[in-house]
Write a protein that binds this ligand. Sequence first.
Ligand SMILES: *Cc1c(COP(=O)(O)O)cnc(C)c1O
Length: 382
Amino acid sequence: MAANPAAYSSQSFDWAALAAPGVQGLVPYTPGKPIGELARELGLTDIVKLASNENPLGASPHAIAAAQRALQECALYPDGGGFELKAALAARHRVDPDCITLGNGSNDVLNMVARAFLGPGGSAVYSEHAFAVYPIATQAAGAEGRVAPAHAYGHDPAAMLAAIDASTRVVFIANPNNPTGTWLSAAALRDFLTDLPRGVLAVVDEAYFEYVDEPDYPDCTRWLGEFPQLIVTRTFSKAFGLAGLRIGYALCAPAIAELLNRVRSPFNVNALAQQAAQAALDDATHLARSMAVNRDGLAELQAGCVKRGLSFIPSAGNFLCIHMNRPAGPVYERLLRAGVIVRPVANYGLPQHLRVTVGLPQQNARFLAALDVALEAELAGP
Ligand SMILES: *Cc1c(COP(=O)(O)O)cnc(C)c1O
């Protein structure tokens, strides 16, 4: 008899009881709502998505051309070692290629860290309001997640140090953090790394590195020689505009990279992504434009909030976490009906905030106009 999914579900077997202990309590990652999904649900055609911190300018045209060329060879496996891209990244960061681990997005690298260093009996420390992938990667590996209380929505290094104990193998720090946009200064992060017990790895996630315009913000890739337990992650998903191709990387000591490589899936980074990433790295003009669009757009959004009497968490990224002065869920729903997708962050312990990605000028204006209508309607009652 052919397999019938309905027959399986009617057996009411407790499959969850068979899952690995860490998986039983896991809540899956909630991504930003895709444009196609909102279009299907509400029959809308004119939709702006400011929900996943993507680059509103898109990818570099050179990166797209490189991916198109790579497509011609898609019958072949990609270079599983990523030789050429690693060489380009090594030159750029002035490290040995052995220090580099390529990932299918930097998420993949975060999972490799968890699989290589976290397991039952181990723990990882991360901050309240920190990026949701850290608890998922930790728990999926069977380890315990320790949440350090935040300070002013941002990472509190002292609280993170205090949460470390003999079981702790990894601390995750997003600098800047998503969804809050908060960042640690060079001095604060350097002190933290100096005080970190030996044998605890520090993952500094620099997904938004290219956007940061703060004078005291550190480039932790420069500290790799000094702090042997440091793992710095970067991604091509944000400023480089390649989120759909899934590619990111980690920089760390070769001995740590060798361990990450043991748990890496073979051919984890596809050939299109490798070629596009290399072309994107070389397109300084597109990157500079992306940074300029973000700087101006972030200022527009911030000014829009001030004008409306809405507070926001100061952000160093390409997004702004705005306080709605009321439960944010209904405002989010109203924005959806106006064709504007932003990101609710109640799952991050921020039930009155919405996170808005910086868009092009007309997208930012459309968000602010839709927000006015939504907030007015909320004031008027249901
Ligand atoms: C977006 C993001 C990433 C990058 O994810 P990819 O898997 O590289 O697309 C990593 N860390 C943080 C904090 C992010 O916001």
